[in-house]
Design a protein around this ligand. Sequence first.
Ligand code: ADP
Length: 297
Amino acid sequence: MAKSPWSTPITEALRADGIELGGIGLGDIELGDIELGAFDTSATPGFRGDKKSGERLLAERGPVLSDLQEKLFANGRSGDPRNVLLVLQGMDTAGKGGIVRHVIGSVDPQGVDHAAFGVPTAEERRHHYLWRIRKRLPRGGQLGVFDRSHYEDVLVVRVHELVPPDVWGRRYDEINRFERKLTEAGTTLVKVAMFVSLDEQKKRLAERLNRPDKYWKFDPDDIAERGHWPAYREAYQDVLDRTSTEYAPWYAVPADRKWYSRLAVTELLIDALRRLELDWPAAQFDVEEQKRRLAAS
Ligand code: ADP
């Protein structure tokens, strides 16, 4: 039998419990008493191969994901309330868009419910931060994708002090309760935090500035955000420490190598869908009878 391309199951290789981001992506810079370099953003955890074999495997796994998603969709059509929600978080240029395009892009769009959460609108600001999230939760049979999520309310909101610490401080427990209810109602959450190094981010931003077809992705504010890297690191560490639960674990995905992060998220979704043990829904009619009718028609 051929050796598996994975040395460790993906869910174990990337599970974020107890992970130390350390001086994530900061290279050798000294930063107070922070332990540096604990999380390697260029690593390829659990994968035995190189870029070429990773890309080849991704091409093979897209159709596997697509078949599973079709089963989920078919069951949803038959009234099954279960769904899968991919939550994508990551600093600018971490590659969330690439996941949507290259991973989610391999499945049937009618079964996908994509929601991107940017700066809240005036109306959204008048409501509780989970209001806009609840409105976009996937229905039975859907593969939901949150491109940013309620976690912004303990990340950007915390880093930029948009609300006082006692307000964002209460949100971790609240998010856990919210997610527990979601999972009890039939949602499988796949929470992915993508991490690039500061250097890799610089390269990706430079590329956006060097290519007219990428200008649209560039936001001048992204440069200022780089100055907040240590504060984001701390905020992400708290997210992983406080909201990675048994029922909704976080996966920390090194994202300097796009081929790896795309392959990893594909595998995480395949794993989540497999665990639902989906079958094709049984026919709600007598198959033989319908065959006879069709033949006679
Ligand atoms: P992206 O950067 O993901 O491609 P946008 O350019 O629309 O998408 O940027 C979304 C911005 O919205 C990010 O800077 C993000 O931090 C910000 N944002 C998201 N949620 C909130 C929130 N609850 N409060 C403040 N800012 C938020």
